[in-house]
Design a protein around this ligand. Structure first.
Ligand code: HEC
Length: 107
């Protein structure tokens, strides 16, 4: 009885220890793949590329971007930007991965 209780307490300590690990991932979504790419796009990209990927001003339409560029090419563009007015580093990490994948499926 007593040893069982000890085991439970000890177990809980181990779990807590694992969670408090080195990855200080502050803010949004703690689950991998839990990113809403559409939402990230609307917040960071839609002002230039349009709410329906239709393009606006200098910013090209992205509605069929998946048939022109691969996921990794899109990933690189988002990361590094483009000379014609596409800013670099708008989004990072999971958000970047999710949006690149999401856009690569727009065909
Ligand atoms: C300040 C306006 C602006 C914002 C914000 C912006 N873009 Fe762009 N984007 C552009 C412009 C302008 C181009 C064209 C640049 C060029 O051709 O040199 C472009 C090009 C692109 C391209 C390449 C399109 C093609 O046909 O080659 C992709 C992909 C892209 N943007 C994705 C995104 C994503 C994803 C976001 C949000 C994270 C984003 N953009 C935010 C202005 C913007």
């Amino acid at each position: 009885m007593k040893s069982k209780l000890l085991a439970v307490v000890f177990g809980a300590t181990l779990v807590l220890g694992a969670c408090g690990g080195d990855k200080t991932d502050s803010g949004s979504g703690d689950t991998a793949g839990g990113v809403d790419a559409d939402k990230v796009y609307q917040a960071n990209c839609a002002t230039c590329h349009g709410g329906n990927l239709e393009g606006r001003g200098n910013a090209p339409a992205l509605a069929n971007i998946g048939s022109e560029l691969s996921e990794s090419e899109i990933h690189e563009i988002i990361e590094k930007g483009l000379p014609g007015g596409m800013p670099a580093n708008l989004i990072q990490g999971e958000d970047l991965d999710a949006v690149a994948k999401w856009l690569s499926e727009k065909k």
